[in-house]
Design a protein around this ligand. Structure first.
Ligand code: HEM
Length: 135
C-alpha cells in the first residue's frame, strides 16, 4: 500500500500530463467516446480522473463500491455509457499511468494498478448494466 500511496503523491504533481495522456489515449483508441464529453467538459473530465484515482485506495470498502455502482448507473442513464466502455477507460488510464510515470514505474506498481483499476472499473460497470444488456 505504501508503494501505491507514494505513487499517488507523485501523480498529484503530474495531473495535467496524466489527464492529457489518459483522454488522449481514450479518444485515440475509441474516437466514438470523444463527442460524449461536451466541449466544456474540462471540469467534469478532471473530476472523473480524480474520482478514479481516489477510489483505488479504498476499493475494498463496500461504500466505495456502492458509490461507484451508483455512478455507473447515472453514467448509463445520463450519457448512455455502456459496460464495455469501462474496459476502454481502464486500459487507457493504465497506459497513461505507465507512460506518465517514466522511471517511477515498477513491476510492483504495474501489478497494483492492474488489479485495482480493474476493481474500480468493474464496480462502476456493474451499476451500468441494464435489462437491455441481459435480454
Ligand atoms: C470507474 C469509472 C468512472 C468514474 C469513477 C467516472 C467518474 C465521473 C465523474 C465524477 C464525472 C463528473 C460528472 C458527474 O459526476 O456528474 C464523470 C463524467 C463523465 N464521464 Fe465518467 N467515470 C467513469 C467511467 C466513465 C466511462 C467508462 C465513460 C465512457 C467513455 C465516462 C464518460 C463520462 C462522460 C461523458 C461524462 C460527462 C462529461 C461532461 O459533463 O461533458 N465515464 N465521470
Amino acid at each position: 500500500m505504501t508503494a501505491l500511496r507514494d505513487h499517488l503523491v507523485f501523480l498529484d504533481g503530474e495531473l495535467p500530463a496524466l489527464g492529457e495522456a489518459f483522454y488522449g489515449r481514450l479518444f485515440e483508441l475509441h474516437p466514438e467516446t470523444k463527442p460524449l464529453f461536451g466541449v466544456a467538459s474540462r471540469a467534469a473530465r478532471k473530476q472523473m480522473l480524480m474520482q478514479i484515482l481516489s477510489s483505488v485506495i479504498d476499493i475494498d470498502e463496500p461504500w466505495v463500491q456502492d458509490e461507484l455502482n451508483t455512478l455507473g448507473h447515472r453514467h448509463r442513464t445520463d450519457w448512455d455509457i455502456t459496460p464495455q466502455m469501462y474496459d476502454w477507460v481502464r486500459d487507457a488510464l493504465y497506459d497513461a499511468l505507465r507512460t506518465t510515470s517514466g522511471a517511477n514505474w515498477t513491476p510492483e506498481l504495474a501489478a497494483i494498478w492492474t488489479t485495482r483499476l480493474d476493481a474500480v472499473c468493474s464496480a462502476a460497470a456493474q451499476g451500468s448494466i441494464t435489462d437491455e444488456d441481459t435480454a
